[in-house]
Design a protein around this ligand. Sequence first.
Ligand code: CP
Length: 306
Amino acid sequence: MWLNRDIVSIGDLNKEEILQVIEKANSFIPYAKTGHPDSPLKGKIVATLFYEPSTRTRLSFEAAAKRMGAEVLGFGSIESTSVVKGETLMDTIRIIDGYSDAIVIRHPSEGAARLASEYSEVPIINAGDGAGQHPTQTLLDIFTIWKELGKVDDITIGFVGDLKYGRTVHSLSKALSHFNVNLHFISPETLKIPKHIRKEIEKKVPVREHLDLEEVIEKLDVLYVTRIQKERFPDPEEYKKVAGTYILKPSTVARGKKSMIIMHPLPRVDEIPVEIDNLPQAKYFKQASYGVPVRMALLDLILRGE
Ligand code: CP
């Protein structure tokens, strides 16, 4: 049942439900630029509460809501809100619950979206909680793989970069473990995928860890690059030790399969140089554009239950 459902963790969705979002998103592609002709979410209000910066997630949720005929309200930074006066997350959620039909929330603290769901009658959609989860990014990532490779099963995926704090990797690797995939995690020692996530995933699919992308590039169908996130490091000196560790070289891409796709949740800093952008393997801007139809599909499922 989709109606009024919270989406806090990708673990809240099973494989069939993930595929249901993917199929609906595909049917909405023609309307992602023009708007749905029936405005199926007319009369609904989607609130976007972003306690952390965002370009893609907030604006694609807002575009998706508007393309479906819904109204949008919310804030993109806390400076203009009563949070600066000391209002708690719980109180803010109780208030916005009265003003909207769904709340999309991004927060720097892991677990904040789950906490919000306990204080809200309307559904909570997690748009990223600290180093925790980013389930709607995962849906658009799986959509990208499905659109660009024509399948999600029988593929090999390499995640490279900040796998410790990278919430997109945490959510996507968990979701991919529903499929027939091989996963390779490539990171410095200090940024390895958290042990509890690896343990959960390797019960279902083969997992390998590496320090060097060159070791594994030839096997990959998907290279999922992530930014080393300066803002998540408690100690700036630790960040300096790993900054710039994995800068993708055209020669590395050339060693990979011609059919390999390069993804990145964005924003990037220096890990994908601009000369990669024109390679046919580069799909990260297309990936970001898929945020609109995927979020249109998710809002439709949650707000109309179908
Ligand atoms: N991918 C992603 O979450 O981007 P933003 O931080 O710009 O929302």
